[in-house]
Design a protein around this ligand. Sequence first.
Ligand SMILES: Nc1ncnc2c1ncn2[C@@H]1O[C@H](COP(=O)(O)OP(=O)(O)OP(=O)(O)O)[C@@H](O)[C@H]1O
Ligand SMILES: N[C@@H](CCO)C(=O)O
Length: 295
Amino acid sequence: MLTVRAPATSANLGSGFDVFGIALGTPADVVRVERAPKTTISVSGAGSEYIPEDPKKNTVGAVAEALDAPARIEIDKGVRPSSGLGSSAASAAAAAVALNELYDRGLTREELVPIAAEGEALVSGEAHSDNVAPSLLGGFTVATADGVTQVDTQIPVVACLPETTVSTRDARGVVPDSAPLGDVVATVGNAATLSVGMTRNDPELVGRGMADEIVTPKRTALIDGYERVREAALKAGATGVTVSGAGPGVLAVCYEADQRAVASAMLEAFNDVGIDSRAYQTRVGEGARLYPDDA
Ligand SMILES: Nc1ncnc2c1ncn2[C@@H]1O[C@H](COP(=O)(O)OP(=O)(O)OP(=O)(O)O)[C@@H](O)[C@H]1O
Ligand SMILES: N[C@@H](CCO)C(=O)O
């Protein structure tokens, strides 16, 4: 069997809706595949009871179909679904790498991005690539209609995951159809600042560039305790805080020295509003990794 570990991701980063994404060091999904006459899927691990095993409903089924690569597929979920940490994308990215290898399709990681995004179309209604791109390529990614640009970076982050869920499909429903030019200009400036910060490994610039007045304020209303958690993280030293993906995960960027305090502050703030949560203290990390020798 071939084994692939693909990381959780955080998309949007505030100012880069449907464009920016980062790979997280932890958590991750692990997918194992072997050739079979038709695709079957089994799921275990975090939140597996909420994930369909029907290939027509699971993101890895869409990937197997897009690659014309039927297989017996085992998914071990490290990334809880409906988290904002790219759960559906992690499985899709892992399956894309594994099946590409299993059937010797010879596609590059960049070429696998639109294939893995077929899984996102299945669960959220649109084939946005901002989660699958960093899960496949690692680092910070800029996914546009013309392709993906990737930068390796090691910015420290805290991804705090409350025990509530928000479906990406629902969170896309509150995104406005248009925005005032002033807000668009400000967001372009922030997105540019963030990109420069990623290339310089500079948490201050990245944090400042996460500000967004167009999409994020609509989404924070769907996350109980968000404002309290954001304020607590900033007070503890975070350089920027935003909704992770479609939520309810909350992403904070910080210097390494402040990481533990930021994580504690976020956990405590969720706890203050009666919500249990879990904080991943990690960094922007590597993309999907193939372990070909699994016996
Ligand atoms: N392999 C899979 N892993 C996780 N969720 C899956 C998978 N296949 C299908 N799903 C479905 O996708 C939905 C979760 O995806 P969703 O995009 O809402 O969450 P997410 O990937 O954690 O968040 P985000 O994209 O905001 O980071 C659930 O309804 C789940 O049942
Ligand atoms: N860009 C996507 C990421 C979540 O899947 C969104 O925010 O809806």
